[in-house]
Design a binder for this molecule. Structure first.
Ligand SMILES: Cc1cc2nc3c(=O)[nH]c(=O)nc-3n(C[C@H](O)[C@H](O)[C@H](O)COP(=O)(O)OP(=O)(O)OC[C@H]3O[C@@H](n4cnc5c(N)ncnc54)[C@H](O)[C@@H]3O)c2cc1C
Length: 548
């Protein structure tokens, strides 16, 4: 993974000349004044942890697994949001951990938490490092020091239960490896977020991730049937049945807890039999409102495709749904749909199977679902575009983050933000966010799509491009604050799938209210009395910070 950008450096993308011209002529983008620094030029604070304490950590995991090298610290500094990347490119390593520690078992994690609690060392659980909400920004303020607890050594598939369709994993397994391991058993998880190449199963659970095939497979939190969690107070082992009436479901307290309550050391996940066939296609709608009505009809009445994504007019015009052919978009609003069949159902037509929550066991044949969905889309004004747009989307589905690096290098800030709301409120939410971004940034390019749908509502995912001006981090933070306020005021959730981290903490507090915050603080105080776990993320501090 590129330390100051995304992905495999060998896959770096050059901006097509047409896109460069578009950026220059319509957004006023010009090359940044300061080139990005090299890895060795990143400025890091000195290691604050005293040698005996580093020795104590090495005593738990082995000295080979306590890293204090410049490179290891840089690679564990922050996540992959655009402000994170802008800071890294500028050589700002002020949020680096003092050390990177790699435990090899649940017991080692538990022992590390004991040592760190006793010595007041902050611990940032680190999965794939792809957080985009400041979930990994270390601050040693008030602590002896900070460690990044890298879960990369916990990378095993532990068991597969073919009868229950449940697989147990350690948390550090990256998504492609999870799919590879499951494929050997004829199974799939079906979780394909855009961060697929690098994010881990533990990170998905900790941040309530949602993938591109969520219409068919559900969100990641739908897939988690059990969890083992090491906390400074002891171990939580949750989930002994698919559903239970035995009180509140404590699994839900861990899902989305972003390393603030404990460290997930294993997960039991619902898996599905690998699909026999996948088909993708495109449709065009005249307006976003018409397309939204069609998507809602599929979500509420079925049949629901496995992948369902509707771009608004701007995103369609730019061609963002096909990152490999950016700049070659069309008019109206592009809808991408994907259909899968299960081997068990073969090619038998599935009459009336809706799978509207992504939880139905059999989808029937892909062709039958496609035909049934086509009837709904055509009835609601859609124009069929055939397989090409869908296949182009499928081909370029993980390319967009590489494009971001090229745009940053060219002097444009590009960043995404997302929310969700009920269908009745979606147009208001859409308008509010666009208005807030335009107000804060002047003339940005704001694109949006719907890609996670439910019977009662959907997510809105915005991509913003603007010419970098002055301090680009401050420029974006101003816009993000305005968008956050607009989301809260318009009744949306502050995050559908990116999570809370540090960037959304205040808006999350507003969303759950003071009683909600006090519950979170009480759980935190019980599980993590020394407050060492990811301090500053998710939960507002128990006591207000002292006045400056
Ligand atoms: C280019 C790009 C595209 C993205 N696309 C999507 C998308 O399509 N859908 C989506 O949902 N998200 C997306 N994300 C966001 C991100 O990938 C998700 O939040 C993902 O769940 C993070 O997984 P990770 O393994 O990288 O976790 P990290 O980023 O390492 O950690 C995320 C949070 O979880 C905590 N954590 C990690 N592992 C554990 C553990 N084992 N126990 C306890 N806490 C832990 C961390 O402390 C942190 O607070 C994208 C991010 C990028 C950069």
């Amino acid at each position: 993974m590129l330390w100051s950008g995304w992905g495999d450096p060998a896959l770096a993308r050059e901006l097509p000349s047409g896109v460069r011209a578009l950026l220059r002529d319509f957004l006023g983008v010009r090359a940044p004044d300061v080139p990005a620094v090299g890895l060795e030029e990143v400025r890091l604070p000195p290691v604050a942890l005293p040698e005996p304490l580093l020795g104590a950590l090495a005593g738990v995991v082995g000295s080979a697994y306590v890293l204090t090298s410049h490179e290891a610290r840089v690679r564990h500094t922050r996540g992959k949001s655009t402000p994170d990347l802008l800071r890294m490119r500028a050589g700002d390593g002020s949020a680096a951990p003092d050390a990177v520690v790699l435990p090899g078992s649940h017991e080692e994690v538990a022992e590390l938490l004991r040592v760190c609690s006793a010595e007041r060392v902050a611990v940032i659980p680190f999965g794939g490092g792809t957080s985009v909400v400041g979930g990994l920004t270390a601050s040693g303020s008030g602590f002896t020091g900070v460690i990044a607890l890298d879960l990369g050594r916990l990378d095993r598939l532990l068991s597969v239960d073919q009868e229950s369709l449940v697989a147990s994993f350690e948390p550090g397994v990256r998504a492609p490896e999870a799919e590879r391991l499951l494929a050997a058993h004829g199974l799939t998880l079906g979780h394909f977020p855009q961060s697929f190449e690098y994010a881990t199963l533990g990170g998905f659970a900790a941040a309530r991730s949602s993938g591109q095939a969520s219409a068919g497979y559900g969100r990641f939190d739908d897939m988690v049937v059990g969890l083992t969690v090491a906390t400074p107070t002891g171990t939580l082992d949750l989930g002994r049945a698919p559903k239970s009436a035995a009180g509140p479901d404590l699994r839900q307290l861990v899902l989305g807890s972003e390393g603030a309550f404990g460290v997930i050391t294993s997960l039991r996940l619902r898996v599905r039999r690998a699909p026999g066939e996948r088909r993708y296609e495109g449709w065009r709608f005249g307006t976003f409102a018409e397309g939204t009505a069609a998507v809602r009809a599929l979500a509420q009445e079925g049949p629901l495709p496995t992948v369902l994504r509707l771009s608004d007019e701007t995103e369609t015009m730019i061609g963002l749904a096909k990152p490999d052919a950016i700049g070659s978009g069309g008019s109206g609003c592009l809808l991408i749909a994907g259909y899968e069949s299960t081997p068990a159902s073969g090619s038998t037509p599935a009459s009336g199977s809706t799978s509207a929550s992504g939880s139905a066991p059999g989808w029937g044949s892909a062709a039958a679902r496609q035909a049934a969905a086509a009837a709904v889309l055509a009835r609601l004004g859609g124009e069929p575009l055939g397989a090409e747009p869908g296949e182009a989307w499928e081909h370029g589905r993980f390319s967009a983050p590489y494009l971001r690096d090229s745009l940053l290098g060219a002097g444009a800030t590009v960043e995404t933000l997302e929310t969700a709301g009920f269908w009745a409120n979606l147009p208001r939410l859409y308008d509010a966010v666009r208005l807030a971004l335009a107000g804060a940034l002047g003339s940005p390019l704001v694109m949006c799509h719907i890609s996670h749908v439910y019977e009662t509502g959907a997510s809105l995912y915005f991509t913003v491009v603007v010419a970098q001006e002055g301090d680009p981090v401050a420029q974006w933070e101003h816009a993000k604050e305005a968008a956050n306020a607009a989301i809260v005021a318009a009744g949306g959730t502050i995050s559908h799938h990116h999570g809370v981290g540090r960037e959304h903490r205040d808006a999350y507090a507003a969303e759950v209210g003071p009683v909600g915050v006090s519950i979170l603080q009480a759980v935190k105080a019980r599980l993590d009395p020394a407050g060492i776990l990811n301090p500053g993320a998710l939960i507002p501090p128990t006591t207000p910070p002292p006045a400056a």
